[in-house]
Design a protein. Structure first.
Length: 328
């Protein structure tokens, strides 16, 4: 099987490359290194089944050439991270919406099955627990920049579903819930690598708001296994799936656990949201996935607990920090 992975040098993309190569499959990765890192895939570059193309997914000709060479496409390339979205809203919207349009057009042209990674962010400010795939998406107003991400990713989902309905292009949509693990950087705001790095450096852990908001963190290896199984399963086509963990933790407790597991003497500081992200910022209070659909189809069950995830991230980051690697 020949696979194209857009965003192949990214955090999740690089783990997916490894997973498929370990199965003896070919991988063509495309990445423009905007948030992807060469360091993530440097160990794969000499692998005989791995090819890397340095280009943007908005380059129509290159994307067409890549899609023509493969049997199927995992479309992961995207602007990610709340901080990046708040700081670079124009680029975020254009990359997500235009890039996905280019990828889907090429997949339609060559009739290649495509899996699109979406996000739990699309559930927006709905307060249902847990979120199910057929729930309404409740997105805030356009002057609150955060919602640009949810809205752009939701549009990608609509476009993919439109191709499915219009021409039966095989599409699978996966809404990932707070995927974390080695290689994720805290640069774009993600809380687990930020807290672990702060704890390792003996700096205060920066909890935004009062820390009562909750999330469920899923190890990237669990998420990537689900992506491959869903792509392999004909019953997944034309469908949307939540993928994540149901181990819910408040951000305050997450900070306490990181300090304990890392064995750090760091303190916790509480930072108001407007100080962290500027005025008019909204956060979600709870975000838990309903996993019944993905469990029924592929028997998905996360294998990693939160404490394992924190240990894995700490092992990775401490190695990077002692070797003086920039950006962590
Ligand atoms: N968060 C925090 N301190 C940080 C970074 C994030 O308290 O240094 C909070 C953030 O406000 C949110 C939660 O942690 O409530 C998860 O943030 P992340 O950006 O990892 O994911 P998302 O907001 O997309 O769930």
């Amino acid at each position: 099987m020949r696979n194209l992975i857009t965003g192949g040098a990214g955090f999740i993309g690089s783990h997916l490359c490894e997973w498929l190569l370990a199965q003896g499959q070919r991988v063509l990765a495309i990445d423009d290194f905007s948030t992807g890192r060469h360091d993530n895939i440097a160990h794969l570059e000499n692998h005989s089944l791995f090819t890397l193309v340095c280009a943007s997914i908005t380059d129509e000709q290159i994307v067409r050439e890549c899609v023509a060479q493969v049997d199927r496409v995992f479309h992961l390339a995207s602007a990610v991270g709340v901080r990046l979205i708040v700081e670079q809203p124009v680029k975020t919207i254009e990359t997500i919406v235009h890039g996905t349009s280019v990828v889907l057009q090429a997949c339609a042209r060559y009739r290649r099955p495509v899996l699109l990674t979406s996000t739990s962010e699309v559930y927006g400010k709905a307060n249902k627990v847990p979120f199910s795939e057929d729930d309404d998406l409740v997105i805030g107003p356009a002057f609150r920049r955060r919602w640009a991400y949810a809205c752009s990713k939701a549009l990608d989902e609509f476009l993919a579903m439109a191709y499915w309905h219009h021409s039966r292009l095989p599409v699978v949509i996966v809404r990932l819930f707070n995927t974390v693990g080695p290689r994720q950087t805290g640069q774009y705001g993600m809380v687990v690598p930020r807290f672990v790095r702060q704890a390792l450096a003996g700096e205060p852990l920066t909890v935004y708001g009062d820390g009562s908001q909750t999330r469920c963190f899923c190890h990237v290896k669990d998420a990537v296994g689900a992506l491959v199984k869903l792509m392999d399963h004909p019953g997944a086509r034309g469908q949307i799936f939540n993928v994540g963990s149901q181990e819910e933790v408040s951000i305050r407790e997450l900070a306490e656990r990181v300090i304990r597991i890392v064995g750090s003497s760091s303190k916790i500081v509480y930072i108001p949201f407007d100080q962290a992200f500027g005025p008019d910022f909204e956060d979600m209070q709870r975000r838990v996935p309903d996993l019944r659909k993905v469990q029924q189809l592929i028997g998905f069950q996360p294998r990693y607990q939160l404490d394992d995830i924190i240990r894995d991230v700490a092992a990775y980051l401490s190695g990077r920090m002692t070797s003086g690697f920039p950006g962590y």
